[in-house]
Design a binder for this molecule. Structure first.
Ligand code: NAI
Length: 718
């Protein structure tokens, strides 16, 4: 088997272990690593008398990437014994390393995530190179896993139960080296690779016989060992974190992490390590981890890697014109300027335009306060934002992103006004959330350069960009929009045109279904709770308030005016009554489904039940959840059939990152494929919902065959 760790003993007796898997671009905790580490420990133990210390470092740009995800995603129940043995070997060897009786220092030269950080945690001292882009953390929870190479066991012993759970284990936070230092995960941060090794040697010289804190006789766990062995008794200690992490849903990974941490805290280290293995195997052989690894690793890699980008050479965008300094325009200006791109924001008055700058100032001030940016960085970003009410100020911009009100006539007018002053080959983009791109492009004389760039609110935080290709959009425009999206740090899915594209259309079904249930008479609180427990990050009624009921109403009327197939739903009646009769248009007005005082969400409005056709109607809880999930999934399937969606990967990524489809599913189409009984089981359940609740749930006739004919993407892993 390939050797992935080099062993070099210097004249001073210091052994440098260099992690360097020759077969991969990054080191991972695969079988070759396990075998190499065992061989290294055999040798270290044999040569111990000549060894003064050990430095663990890496020859790759990242220190160590983590677990062997392709192997994990394939793991079945039959593989459990072999996996347990492999994990046992990996942990035993890290234990041999920390009890060697010689100082062991991790010289973390780049990112150390998951397994990489776990190796470092088994060292007596951790020094991180403060390289830009370098991140440390245990992100396993975000893949439906837990850190199973000693990560839970050692962080709990280093930081205490509450500290470990809230700073690293349940958040999965990827920390900058300085943040890792503050969190107590590393001991030193240095500026240069030379310093990294010098400090490691110096520490070894000064600490000839170190022991891990937990191997000292006087060791006490920070915060103390909890008195009770019961998991439930520990829960009150972490309600806030758990609530945030679980969002009401009972997700297997956070629960397993909590159980591992609490059980492990009661027993000795060796036993705790086996507890960890048992819980990790449970997660590895379950479906949720496979869904999440599929989406959050493989799908994300395919999308960000440019699977949908045409391979044409295009010039990078240098200066962007943003039209409209509202919520979206200001956000777009900020993310562009933050990525080093010059931005000119235009609105109807200088004062309105100036709001884009104020928005950036607010976000930058917060970053500076939190130590995430220096005053100089902030100033440089602000200097890239110009605001104006003059069209001429946009002269020479080589891209325009329009974000004025959602009104096709207004959008056409602003394009007509500004295009003459832009660079002659400028990229022309609209941030419309629903209007078909082909129709908007008909109003400009270069429709090949016209494209949809649909951002999500708040722009600086939402990772998705939905790029919408109109009938006449050319490859060069798509490539430029894609490159711009990547430069500003977004994950760009590419979809074909249609009213509402993919995301706005599908999230509309979710809101309609939820509001419809309230209109039928299901208690509003039950609808919200059902969604949260299904794993949606926000309840649909809170979301509707956020979007604003007036906007929902306006979009529906545009659909109707375009006389596309549209069903009159009970939801529409309820929205109309709330807006028109009860003046409850949503959050911005302080009143919608909820009431808002001083901007914070209060209670659901008590008048809702009176507007329902059958107040207090009892619908099984599973039906409440599945009506929402299926409404979205069925419409996503239609988007695939109609060609709005080009790939399942885009659907999965877009649904999780853009519209909050529950992450444990691994995305909306994976949900269909993995439903109990597979696509056939999904179709049968949809037919049942159609019988009970209406034709909109009728599954596509040949759903099973069609999904079978279409290989799951990316090939081989999903
Ligand atoms: P907004 O109402 O906050 O801002 C619109 C801005 O456009 C206002 O500042 C207005 O003064 C300005 N404006 C109007 N006429 C103008 C003109 N002739 N020239 C320059 N500026 C002009 O609206 P918001 O929410 O930022 O939405 C803008 C666009 O983004 C809409 O098309 C919307 O559908 C879309 N969108 C909205 C999302 C959201 O969550 N609000 C999400 C994604 C897209």
């Amino acid at each position: 088997m390939t050797t992935t760790i080099r062993y070099d003993r210097g004249a001073d007796g210091i052994v440098t272990l260099t992690l360097d898997d020759p077969d991969q671009s990054a080191n991972t905790m695969n079988r070759a690593y396990a075998a190499s580490m065992s061989a290294v420990l055999d040798r270290l133990e044999a040569e111990r008398d000549d060894v003064t210390g050990v430095i663990v470092t890496s020859a790759k740009s990242t220190f160590f990437a983590g677990g062997d995800l392709p192997e994990m995603i394939r793991a079945t129940r039959e593989d459990a014994p072999a996996l347990a043995e492999l994990l046992g070997t990996i942990k035993r060897d890290l234990r041999r390393l920390e009890t060697l009786g010689r100082p062991v220092v991790a010289a973390v030269n780049g990112s150390a995530l998951g397994g990489g950080l776990e190796i470092a945690l088994a060292c007596h001292h951790r020094i991180a190179l403060g390289a830009p882009g370098s991140r440390l953390g245990l992100p396993e929870v975000t893949l439906g896993l837990l850190p199973g190479a000693g990560g839970v066991t050692r962080t709990v012993r280093m930081l205490g139960l509450a500290g470990a759970l809230t700073t690293v284990l349940l958040t999965g936070r990827r920390m900058r080296p300085t943040d890792a230092l503050a969190a107590g995960i590393v001991d030193e941060v240095v500026a240069t690779p030379t310093e990294l090794l010098d400090r490691a040697r110096a520490w070894i010289a000064a600490n000839p016989r170190p022991r891990q804190p937990w191997d000292r006789p006087d060791y006490r766990m920070p915060g103390g060992i909890p008195a009770s062995r019961s998991l439930a008794a520990q829960l009150p200690a972490f309600p806030a974190t758990l609530r945030k992490q679980l969002k009401g849903a009972r997700l297997p990974a956070p629960e397993a992490i909590l159980a591992t941490a609490v059980e492990g805290a009661q027993v000795d280290l060796e036993t705790a390590l086996t507890v960890e293995t048992r819980h990790l195997i449970g997660l590895l052989t379950g479906q949720v981890a496979k869904n999440m690894i599929g989406a959050f690793f493989f799908d994300l890699k395919a999308v960000n890697g440019g699977a949908a980008r045409p391979s044409v050479d295009v010039p990078p965008v240098r200066r962007v014109a943003v039209l409209g300094a509202g919520m979206m325009g200001a956000g777009i200006a900020y993310v562009c300027a933050s990525a080093g791109i010059d931005v000119v924001v235009r609105d109807v008055t200088a004062e309105a335009a100036g709001r884009a700058r104020e928005h950036a100032e607010r976000l930058l001030a917060r970053k500076v306060r939190k130590g995430r940016a220096t005053e100089a960085d902030a100033r440089a970003v602000l200097d890239r934002i110009t605001t104006t009410d003059q069209v001429d100020a946009l002269a020479g911009c080589d891209a325009v992103i329009e974000a004025v009100f959602e009104d096709p006539a207004l959008k056409k007018a602003v394009f007509a006004e500004v295009l003459p002053v832009l660079a002659p080959d400028a990229l022309i983009a609209s941030n419309t959330s629903t209007l078909p791109i082909t129709g908007l492009a008909a109003g400009v004389d270069r429709p090949a350069d016209f494209i949809g760039m649909h951002f999500f609110s708040p722009v600086d935080r939402m990772p998705l960009l939905e790029i919408v290709v109109g009938e006449q959009t050319g490859d060069a425009a798509l490539a430029r929009a894609f490159d711009l999206g990547r430069r500003i740090g977004k994950t760009p899915i590419v979809v074909n045109d249609g009213r509402g594209f993919f995301t706005s259309r599908v999230i509309g079904r979710f809101i309609d279904e939820a509001v419809g249930m309230v209109a039928e008479g299901v208690p509003a609180a039950s609808v919200e709770q059902a969604a949260l427990q299904a794993g949606y990050p926000t309840g649909p009624l809170a979301l509707a308030d956020e979007v604003s009921l007036t906007l929902i109403q306006r979009i529906r009327r545009q659909f109707e005016a375009a006389s596309e197939e549209f069903l009159p739903l009970p939801a529409h009646r309820l929205v109309d009554e709330l807006v028109d009769a009860y003046e409850r248009p949503g959050r911005a007005a302080g009143r919608g489904f909820y009431s808002y005082d001083d901007g914070t969400r209060g209670r659901l409005w008590s008048g809702l039940a009176d507007l329902a056709t059958d107040a207090g109607r009892a619908v099984p809880f599973t039906d409440l959840q599945e009506r929402m999930l299926f409404a979205e999934a069925l419409d996503a399937l239609r988007c695939l059939d109609e060609g709005v969606l080009r790939t399942e990967t885009d659907a999965n990524i877009g649904s999780i990152f853009g519209i909050g489809f529950p992450a444990w599913t691994g995305g909306v189409i994976r949900y269909v494929r993995q439903y109990a009984g597979g696509p056939a089981g999904f179709a049968a359940r949809a037919a049942e919902l159609a019988d009970r609740y209406g034709d909109r749930f009728t599954p596509p006739a040949d759903l099973v065959d069609r999904l079978a004919a279409r290989p799951a993407e990316p090939a081989g892993v999903a």
